[in-house]
Design a protein around this ligand. Structure first.
Ligand code: ADP
Ligand code: MG
Length: 140
């Protein structure tokens, strides 16, 4: 996956609340192109694998339960400087600290149920995008 791409999920809280369309609108209006997208539901085991880097953290078990609690949207997004620009669009992990106008400030319910995922590096964007999509499920 090219360095101008990032990976996102619309998490169960935002999907359940019916905020998928509004979030995708913000993403497109910020200049990101959707180059892969699917609706799916994670099992606890798949959520655990995706968040394996956090397995020593106290919130890991709850996070895996939450992330498998309902449907999500997974997507690969393309834009110049995608990883950094998308982190700026979504805002801080804890919505209480997120800047006004960011996706998490507008839609997140808590530090855990924080509406969206966004990759934190080009390397992780590649790993996470490939975790969800084969080369035949994405554009380019
Ligand atoms: P981000 O998603 O902003 O990159 P992290 O990678 O640190 O944040 O954490 C992954 C996810 O774990 C967060 O998006 C959130 O859903 C959850 N999380 C992070 N910190 C906490 C916490 N202190 N308590 C509960 N859940 C947390
Ligand atoms: Mg992270």
């Amino acid at each position: 996956m090219a360095a101008n791409r990032t990976f996102t999920m619309i998490k169960p809280d935002a999907f359940e609340a019916g905020n998928t369309g509004a979030i995708l609108k913000m993403i497109e209006e910020a200049g990101f192109k959707i180059v892969a997208m699917k609706a799916t539901q994670l099992t606890p085991a798949i959520a655990g694998k995706f968040y394996e880097v956090h397995k020593e953290r106290p919130f890991y078990a709850d996070l895996c339960t939450y992330m498998s609690s309902g449907p999500i949207i997974a997507a690969i997004l393309e834009k110049d400087n995608a990883v950094e620009d998308y982190r700026n669009l979504i805002g801080a992990t804890n919505p209480a600290n997120a800047a006004e106008g960011t996706i998490r400030k507008i839609f997140a319910k808590s530090i855990e149920a924080n509406a969206v995922h966004g990759s934190d590096s080009d390397e992780n964007a590649e790993i996470e995008g490939s975790f969800f999509f084969s080369q035949f499920e994405r554009i380019g």
